[in-house]
Write a protein that binds this ligand. Structure first.
Ligand code: TRP
Length: 334
């Protein structure tokens, strides 16, 4: 608890171009949660180097992501928006926690197996211990809730196990975090294969709408989205392409699938796809304008980076010092 508010932690990687799925499925939820909780939103750049990165590109993308957090509506006075690499406690706690994590546990992580198979030439130890760093991120701030996608559930479960194991030995040191899964319908699927999640690493550029796509590209991608040959306007599992478009439309305009089915019953897919395109443009166009505005104000973004790194360091140090004492490191002489 900070100032009587529960603590929320989440983070995103600045690798690849963010998609509409990242916005509707994650960022938009974060904004909705930001009044209720004391929030820490990190750009998790330590995690990013588990895959080889071009340094200049990583730096640029990290800043773009941090700017996007603000543009999406997270007030940096209230929400701690910062770079993970600016707060040394993440790496320090990660080391300690790695001594409380079993290799057997890490061996079971499906994301590791997945990424290892995709990057067979660089299966580094960091990729393997990635979930321990994630546990450190969360436990460092004594987070009560962690909004993540379903693909991160296993890491969250591991985080809870590590925290419980540590607490069982040393007493109540860590808050046991709960996972927060966003509203149904916020999981946005690929426009070309609606059984797959919309992904920033998809090779087919028509599969994903990128947050920085211009209006024409957005309209074109919606027009080309894969649907079905049923020809009836329904919201159902058997028509996953149409269902995904309805989800996108709903998330953009805060409507329910029922309302949309009523609104468009009797109209053709083509007409609806046009409407989806416009709905997405109506969300992304103002977002892009805010990003452009913010990018011009370098001093402001710099001050956010500095102030919030200090704020995050302050809270993280409280936990880190306690943990260091518990495991038996000598007190600092002041
Ligand atoms: N692993 C997360 C992802 O790829 C990002 C992440 C890192 C994270 N640390 C976190 C998410 C802590 C929530 C909490 O999506």
């Amino acid at each position: 608890m900070i100032d009587n508010k529960k603590v929320l932690f989440s983070g995103m990687q600045a690798t690849g171009s963010l998609t509409l799925g990242n916005y509707l499925g994650a960022l938009k939820n974060w904004v909705a949660l930001s009044d209720e909780y004391e929030c820490f939103y990190a750009v998790v750049d330590l995690h990013s180097i588990t895959i080889r990165q071009d340094p200049a590109v990583l730096r640029k993308r990290a800043r773009a992501l941090l700017t996007l957090y603000i543009a999406a509506g997270l007030d940096p006075e209230k929400n701690c928006i910062y770079y993970q690499s600016h707060v040394s406690g993440h790496a320090e706690l990660s080391w300690i926690l790695s001594c409380f994590t079993y290799m057997g546990e890490l061996n079971r992580m499906t994301q590791f197996k997945d990424k290892a198979s995709k990057h067979a030439d660089n299966i580094n130890a960091g990729l393997y211990t990635y979930p321990v760093l994630m546990a450190a991120d969360i436990l460092l701030y004594q987070a009560d809730v962690v909004p993540v996608g379903i693909d991160q559930m296993q890491h969250l479960e591991l985080t809870r196990n590590i925290a419980q194991r540590f607490n069982a030995i040393y007493g109540d040191v860590f808050t046991i975090p709960e996972v927060y899964i966003g509203k149904a319908g916020a999981k946005i699927m690929s426009l070309q294969d609606p059984t797959k999640k919309m992904s920033k690493s998809d090779e087919n550029p028509n599969a994903s709408i990128y947050l920085m796509d211009d209006a024409d590209a957005i309209r074109r991608k919606c027009r080309r989205a894969v649907t079905d040959s049923v020809g009836e306007f329904r919201y159902c599992e058997e028509q996953p392409g149409l269902r995904n478009l309805i989800d996108i439309y709903c998330a953009c305009l805060n409507k329910t699938p029922d309302e949309v089915v009523k609104e468009f019953s009797g109209s053709g897919y083509g007409q609806f796809k046009e409407a989806v395109g416009e709905a997405v443009v109506s969300v992304l166009d103002p977002l892009q304008k805010r990003v452009a505005e913010l990018e011009k104000d370098k001093a402001y973004i710099d001050s956010v980076i500095k102030n919030n790194a200090e704020k995050a360091s302050y809270y993280s140090m409280k936990t880190l010092r306690k943990v260091q004492r518990k495991v038996g490191f000598p007190d600092r002489i002041r």
